[in-house]
Design a protein around this ligand. Structure first.
Ligand SMILES: [Zn+2]
Length: 69
């Protein structure tokens, strides 16, 4: 019996955390493979993202927290 199912998909659920107040504001999914491709082709990565933070009351940079379950 496997208690925890492991899903091996390229899409990961991550939390977005405000880099200023450290509050966790958003949850998003991102495709890890896309990020790797972006890196390889010299494109900008998706993170940090500019998002509106309710606590800071302005747009701040949000970085991805470790993947959620
Ligand atoms: Zn904030």
């Amino acid at each position: 019996m496997a208690a925890g199912k492991k899903k091996k998909g390229p899409r990961q659920l991550v939390g977005l955390q405000c880099t200023e107040c450290k509050k966790h504001n958003y949850t998003t999914t991102y495709n890890r493979n896309n990020e790797i491709l972006k890196k390889q082709s010299g494109e900008k990565e998706s993170f940090p993202l500019s998002k509106y933070c309710k606590v800071c009351k302005k747009h701040t940079a949000h970085k991805a927290m470790k993947k959620l379950k």
